[in-house]
Design a protein around this ligand. Structure first.
Ligand SMILES: Cc1cc2nc3c(=O)[nH]c(=O)nc-3n(C[C@H](O)[C@H](O)[C@H](O)COP(=O)(O)O)c2cc1C
Length: 226
């Protein structure tokens, strides 16, 4: 073979190798560019998803406050009304707000058989019945169109810590439904007296429960409200 032919073959082989290298290099750079693009796309997508899930979160929060139209407010000195209030709120999917006196009632305070007990003194002297509450303001009060107010019966009327809440809030545009627990007394005119104190709101006839009503007693009543 002449030298020229050998050189030509070597040159062709070199050319094939060089073009192969160039091809593979360009393929690799395309792939890494694609990979970069994919990463960027993924990042953008994740960002979008985050934004979407954030806005759903906010919407849900808004929804919670927007659709939770019923509020159960209650005072309970010995836990019976509290249990009923919680079951009512559960059945209705309502929010709940407890009325807590700053100066809690002890069991001695509640001894109505003792004429010197706190509650007996308050019963005797109406001026002692302005019971200060930890809070009377409900968050998003305006968003509720129905408010149920629960209390124990004390000497035939609503336990007076409830008065402080009723006097402090504007019930205009709201339907208000009283309920109580008691040993034997009915609701009596306790709801009417609270309505007078509130001087606003559409107060409906309420419901009396015994101190430990059955779940079905409570369910029957909450079903009748829906
Ligand atoms: C000071 C006081 C007065 C009460 N007065 C009455 C009453 O007049 N009529 C009645 O049926 N029950 C009366 N009770 C019983 C409560 O109404 C009843 O036990 C109620 O379920 C208690 O609710 P609570 O556990 O949420 O405080 C009285 C209880 C107390 C402590």
């Amino acid at each position: 073979m002449s030298k020229k032919i050998i050189v030509l073959i070597v040159v062709i082989i070199l050319l094939v190798i060089i073009s192969g290298v160039i091809y593979f290099t360009s393929q690799n750079s395309n792939e890494s560019e694609n990979a970069n693009n994919n990463q960027e796309n993924l990042a953008e997508q994740t960002e979008e998803e985050n934004q979407t899930s954030n806005s759903v979160g906010t919407e849900n929060e808004d929804d919670t406050t927007g659709t939770a139209k019923t509020l159960v407010v209650y005072f309970s000195a010995q836990g019976h009304t509290e249990e009923v209030a919680q079951k009512i709120a559960n059945n209705l999917g309502a929010d709940i707000f407890e009325l807590e006196p700053v100066d809690e009632y002890s069991s001695d305070d509640l001894d109505w058989t003792d004429s010197n007990s706190r509650v007996s003194q308050e019963h005797e002297d109406e001026s002692l019945r302005n019971i200060e509450l930890v809070s009377t303001s409900v968050e998003n009060w305006d968003s509720y169109d129905t408010v149920l107010i629960g209390y124990p019966i004390w000497w035939g009327i609503a336990a007076w810590p409830v008065d402080t809440f009723v006097k402090s809030n504007d019930f205009t545009g709201k339907t208000v439904i009283p309920f109580c627990t008691s040993s034997s007394s009915g609701l009596g005119n306790s709801g009417d007296l609270l309505a007078e104190e509130a001087n606003s709101g559409n107060w409906l006839d309420g419901q009396r429960f015994r101190s430990n009503p059955s779940d079905s007693d409570i369910k029957n009543w909450t079903d009748s409200l829906q």
